[in-house]
Design a protein around this ligand. Structure first.
Ligand code: ACO
Length: 380
């Protein structure tokens, strides 16, 4: 047997798998940058679509470029009636992330001409995915309630239009603004599990709809994007501020993970959690407090006391659920909403991967046996 000379790192922790200029995280200082610009600045001054443009094309757009990008996305928001009919056949009890993964993959059936060396093909794949994913998320939500999907409204911008399609009424401007900021905050985050999944799929030169579908499937898990849904379940199980510490003690005794806390990279409070907490408070001031917020605050304090020395602080998922609840988004749509935003980052990595592609083919350390005798079934 050959000697093992490669160190195995479970989860590839700390092992560079690519070179990228899309985003940067400093987990010790709590810094996140998209193309070199700090996330706080983008959250305050940019919009989701402008940020998506920045991530995907590498520079901030001129006014004309942004207008044309927004116009293209507005134009492509509708989904084909055959996709709607297909989604109508999905079981209403199915998870919306599964519905989204299947619908994103189905787009590949309708736009199957794969021309990865054609800039127009790339541009329209980007536009279609950004435009249609929110429509598909909202359509599944209405159809599983037995309603017909609402058509996108051309006079509403990206965030407002999604809330309109979801709640069947035009959102308050503050709600639309806050949702747009949420999308910006979730748009990209270096090479996490779903982005890696997107890159591996992209590296085979398959179509971009398959790339996004595979990333959506990866984002769905509770250790990744699915944690925001579990945070609300946890806060509701805790039920009151008094129960926070006994609940935490039990988690620590049983070594259960506390949802919305901890991060592979951040060892301080996630900068996105700081902004999300601020905008949650803004929403509460206008639309009324959420009783879960008091529980969340106490939970943050208690976890910091017990686990802060180990670098376990709130991550992006801890406060996002509270914001989404206030925006009228049901908890099992939190992860699909995360996906709507992250499509921007996945597409940026897809483009970057294509620009210097080599198919991913890591190695493994074999731990099995050799020359094993095949035992006939009668002898087993
Ligand atoms: N609650 C309790 N303990 C924790 C938590 C937590 N949320 N997070 C980490 N720890 C502890 C682990 O038990 C482990 O302890 P040990 O060394 O005694 O075994 C140690 O810290 C390291 O934890 P790992 O899970 O090995 O760290 P990793 O870097 O692999 O995990 C992860 C990061 C998966 C995010 C983890 O913190 C976690 O499971 N958090 C809860 C789920 C969550 O909120 N996920 C969303 C992440 S953000 C995103 O994906 C968008």
């Amino acid at each position: 047997m050959s000697a093992v000379c490669i160190e195995f790192k479970p989860g590839l922790e700390g092992i560079p798998a690519t070179q990228s200029s899309i985003s940067y995280v400093d987990g010790q200082q709590g810094i996140l940058e998209y193309r070199g610009t700090n996330i706080e600045e983008l959250a305050k001054k940019s919009s989701f679509l402008e940020t998506a443009y920045l991530l995907i094309w590498g520079n901030l757009p001129s006014k004309e470029e942004l207008d044309s990008f927004q116009e293209d996305i507005r134009y492509h928001r509708r989904i084909k009636y055959r996709i709607r009919d297909m989604m109508k056949c999905f079981p209403e009890t199915g998870h919306p992330m599964d519905a989204l993964q299947a619908s994103a993959a189905a787009l590949g059936l309708f736009y199957s001409r794969r021309a990865l060396d054609n800039p127009e093909y790339i541009r329209f794949a980007v536009v279609r995915l950004l435009a249609k994913i929110p429509t598909m998320v909202a359509a599944f939500q209405l159809m599983r309630k037995g309603n017909d999907p609402v058509q996108p409204r051309d006079d509403l911008d990206y965030a407002a239009n999604f809330l309109y399609m979801l709640n069947e009424k035009e959102p308050d401007p503050l709600a639309a603004k806050v949702f747009d900021v949420c999308l910006t905050l979730h748009a990209e985050h270096t090479i996490n599990a779903s982005t890696f999944s997107a890159m591996v799929t992209a590296s085979t030169l398959t179509d971009p709809y398959a790339v996004i579908a595979s990333a959506v499937g990866t984002l769905a898990g509770p250790l990744h994007g699915g944690a925001n849904e579990d945070v609300i379940t946890m806060l509701s199980e805790i039920g009151s501020v008094e129960n926070v510490r006994p609940y935490l003690e039990k988690c620590l005794e049983t070594k259960a993970k506390i949802m919305g806390f901890g991060h592979r990279v951040y060892k301080v409070k996630d900068p996105r959690a700081i902004i999300l907490q601020e905008i949650a408070v803004e929403l509460f001031e206008k639309f009324g407090y959420d009783k879960y917020y008091e529980i969340a605050l106490e939970m943050e304090k208690a976890v910091e006391e017990k686990l802060g020395h180990r670098g376990i602080y709130p991550n992006v998922d801890f406060y996002s659920g509270l914001v989404y609840r206030k925006l009228g988004i049901p908890s099992d749509l939190f992860t699909p909403v995360f996906a709507i935003a992250r499509v921007a980052g996945w597409l940026a990595h897809w483009k970057e991967q294509l620009a210097a592609n080599r198919i991913f083919r890591p190695t493994q350390i074999y731990t099995g046996e050799h020359n094993v005798y095949y035992t006939p079934i009668q002898e087993r």
